[in-house]
Ligand binder design. Structure first.
Ligand code: G16
Length: 548
C-alpha cells in the first residue's frame, strides 16, 4: 500500500457503503436519498485529493447539493480547477470508488488510479468545499471532512453558499496572481465583482421596477440579499420570496425554477400583477427563469431559451456596433429547446447553433469551441463563454469612433458580469437585468421576439430507468426495444409535433418532453407518450393522467 493512503482504510471503516445500492455519477454528480450518500461523499473527498495531486496541487472543488431535487435527496459533485465540471474521464473513477464494497478495495482503487494517471503523491492536495441548506448536509459534510483528513488535504470550508459561488471560488483560487486572475475567492469578492460590472453597464439609464425573486426556500435567499446589500443601488431593487431555509419540507416545494418550468405556473408566495417582474431560482441557485402575467391574467414564461436569445442578440449587436468582424456569437441548446427558439436563432438572428446532450457539462464544452458561446438549457441553467481567441481579438481591437469604443467597453463589462465557470442564477439575473435596463424593455417586450410552441415536460417513474438508452443528442431511444417507434407514431399525429424520452441523470425517473402547434395537442402528445412509457417500460405508481 502506498504510504499516502495509510489512513484511508481506517477512516473508510467509519463510512461503510450501503450493500444494496449502486451509485452512479450522473448529469450533475451523485444524487439520491441524502442519508445513503455518506460513503460516497467520503470517497469523493479521497478522489478530489487525488484529482488535485494530478493537477499539481491546484484546488479542486466539492459541492454537496441536490439542487432542484426534493429535500430528502442530496448529492455531491467535483469541480475542476477553472471552476468547470469534473473532466468526464474521471467520472468513471468516481462511480468505481463509490461502489467499492470493502475498505481495502477503496485503497486499491486509489492506488490503481494514481498509477494509471501517473500521479505524484508527494504533492499536497488542495480542496475547497461547501454545501447547500439540505437537512442531510451536516452529516455528509462530516463524512467529506473525514475523507479530506484521510488524505491530509489542505482544505477550505466555504460553509453554506450557492453552487455557482463555490465554482467561482475554485476558479479564483486557481487563477490568483496569473494573467487570468478571476476575482477574490470569498463571498465579498463575488458580490463586488458582479455588482460592479452590473453598475458599469446600467448607470445613467432609467431605473427598473422592483424584481420579485422566488428563492425556492434555498440558499439563494440569503445570498441574493447579500448581493443586494453589496450593490446598494436603486438599479437593483428586489423583493425576495420563499426564503424559509429553516423549516423542513419547504425546499423546492411548490416553488423554484423547476416547479415553475414544469407547471408553467407562478410559485406559491408570489401573486402576479400585470406590470410586475418576477423570477425563480432553484434550490442551489444555479438556474433562473423569468415570468410575468399579461392584462388578461395569462401566465408567460421566459425560460432558458428566451434568456439565451436575449443575451445572444445583445452580444451580436454590440459586436456589430463595435465593428469587429472576426468575432462570432454562437448558441448551444439541448433537445429541450423550444423549436421556435431554434428557428429564431437560425432564421432571424442568423447565428450558428448546435445541440448538446442534457447537462451543462456538455453544453459548456460545445460553447468553448465558439468565439462567444451562449449556452442555456431551457430549464434556465446556463452562461456565456468568451474563448481565448475572442479575448485576444477584443484586446487588440482599435476602435475607430467613440461609438465603437463604447461598444467594446460594454463587451468587457458584460464579460465581467458573466460567471464563466458555470451557470449561475445570480450572475445570470444581473445579466438579464442589465440588458433589459439598457434596452428599456419590459418583460412583455422581451417576450415578443418569438412565440414559444406549447411544450410539456413530464416525469414517469419506472422500475428501472437504466433500461432507457438514447442516441441523437438524446432525442431517439435505442432501448427499450420498439418504444421509439411508438413515440414516432404518436408524434406524427400532431402538427409541429416533437417528443422524446430520456432517463433523468438526477432523479429516479424518466423524462418525457413534447411540443406541438396548440396547447391541447401538446398535452395530448405528452400524456400519450408518457402513458406508452408507463405501459411498455415498467411504470410504477400512478399512470400519467390521460388527456384524451
Ligand atoms: C442538473 C444539471 C442540468 C440538467 C438538470 C436535469 O441541474 O446541472 O444540466 O439539466 O440537472 O438533468 P436530468 O434531466 O438528467 O435529471 P441542477 O439544477 O439540478 O443541478
Amino acid at each position: 500500500m502506498t504510504s499516502s493512503f495509510a489512513k484511508v482504510a481506517e477512516y473508510s471503516a467509519k463510512h461503510p457503503k450501503p450493500a444494496d445500492i449502486t451509485f452512479a455519477y450522473g448529469t450533475a454528480g451523485f444524487r439520491t436519498i441524502g442519508e445513503t450518500l455518506e460513503s460516497t461523499v467520503f470517497r469523493c473527498g479521497l478522489l478530489a485529493a487525488l484529482r488535485s495531486q494530478s493537477k499539481q496541487g491546484r484546488v479542486i472543488g466539492i459541492m454537496i447539493t441536490a439542487s432542484h431535487n426534493h429535500e430528502r435527496d442530496n448529492g455531491v459533485k467535483l469541480v475542476d480547477p477553472m471552476g468547470e465540471m469534473l473532466q468526464q474521464s474521471w467520472e468513471g473513477y468516481c462511480t468505481e470508488i463509490a461502489n467499492a464494497s470493502t475498505d481495502a478495495q477503496v485503497v486499491e482503487i486509489l492506488s490503481e488510479i494514481a498509477e494509471a494517471e501517473g500521479i505524484d503523491l508527494s504533492v499536497t492536495p488542495k480542496v475547497a468545499y461547501a454545501r447547500d441548506t439540505r437537512p442531510s448536509g451536516p452529516l455528509l459534510l462530516s463524512a467529506l471532512q473525514d475523507g479530506l483528513a484521510a488524505m491530509d488535504v489542505d482544505a477550505t470550508n466555504y460553509g453554506i453558499v450557492t453552487t455557482p459561488q463555490l465554482h467561482f471560488f475554485v476558479r479564483c483560487l486557481n487563477t490568483k496572481g496569473s494573467p487570468a486572475e478571476y476575482g477574490e475567492a470569498n463571498e465579498a469578492g463575488y458580490y463586488r465583482k458582479y455588482g460592479q460590472a452590473f453598475l458599469r453597464l446600467v448607470e445613467g439609464k432609467p431605473l427598473p421596477s422592483t424584481l420579485y425573486i422566488d428563492a425556492a426556500n434555498g440558499v439563494g435567499a440569503p445570498q441574493v440579499r447579500k448581493l443586494a446589500e453589496a450593490i446598494n443601488s436603486p438599479y437593483f431593487s428586489i423583493d425576495v420570496r420563499n426564503t424559509d431555509t429553516e423549516t423542513l419540507g419547504k425546499l423546492n416545494i411548490d416553488c423554484g425554477a423547476d416547479y415553475v418550468k414544469s407547471n408553467q405556473h407562478q410559485p406559491r408566495g408570489i401573486m402576479l400583477t400585470p406590470s410586475g417582474r418576477y423570477c425563480s431560482f432553484d434550490g442551489d441557485a444555479d438556474r433562473i427563469l423569468y415570468y410575468y402575467s399579461d392584462e388578461c391574467g395569462t401566465f408567460h414564461l421566459l425560460d432558458g431559451d428566451k434568456i439565451s436569445t436575449l443575451v445572444a442578440t445583445y452580444l451580436r449587436d454590440l459586436v456589430a456596433t463595435a465593428g469587429i468582424e472576426d468575432l462570432d456569437v454562437g448558441v448551444v441548446q439541448t433537445a429541450y429547446a423550444n423549436g421556435s427558439s431554434t428557428r429564431y436563432i437560425k432564421d432571424t438572428l442568423k447565428l450558428h447553433t448546435v445541440f448538446a446532450m442534457t447537462g451543462v457539462k456538455y453544453l459548456h464544452h460545445e460553447a468553448e469551441k465558439m468565439n462567444i458561446g451562449v449556452y442555456f438549457e431551457a430549464n434556465g441553467h446556463g452562461t456565456v463563454l468568451f474563448n481565448a481567441s475572442a479575448v485576444n481579438t477584443l484586446r487588440e481591437f482599435v476602435p475607430a469612433s467613440p461609438a465603437q469604443a463604447e461598444a467594446v467597453e460594454r463587451l468587457w463589462a458584460l464579460r465581467d458580469l458573466i460567471n464563466e465557470s458555470v451557470g449561475d442564477a445570480m450572475a445570470d439575473m444581473l445579466l438579464v437585468e442589465a440588458i433589459l435596463i439598457c434596452k428599456g424593455w419590459t418583460l412583455a417586450q422581451w417576450d415578443e421576439s418569438y412565440t414559444d410552441l406549447p411544450s410539456r415536460l413530464l416525469k414517469v417513474v419506472v422500475n428501472d430507468r437504466n433500461i432507457f438508452k438514447t442516441t441523437n443528442a438524446e432525442q431517439t431511444l435505442t432501448s427499450p426495444h420498439g418504444l421509439q417507434e411508438v413515440v414516432d407514431e404518436l408524434t406524427a399525429k400532431f402538427p409541429k409535433g416533437r417528443s422524446f424520452v430520456r432517463p433523468s441523470g438526477t432523479e429516479d425517473a424518466v423524462r418525457v418532453y413534447a411540443e406541438a402547434a396548440t396547447r391541447g395537442e401538446c398535452d395530448q402528445l405528452a400524456y400519450s407518450v408518457a402513458g406508452a412509457v408507463f405501459d411498455k417500460a415498467g411504470g410504477r405508481g400512478e399512470r400519467p393522467a390521460e388527456f384524451i
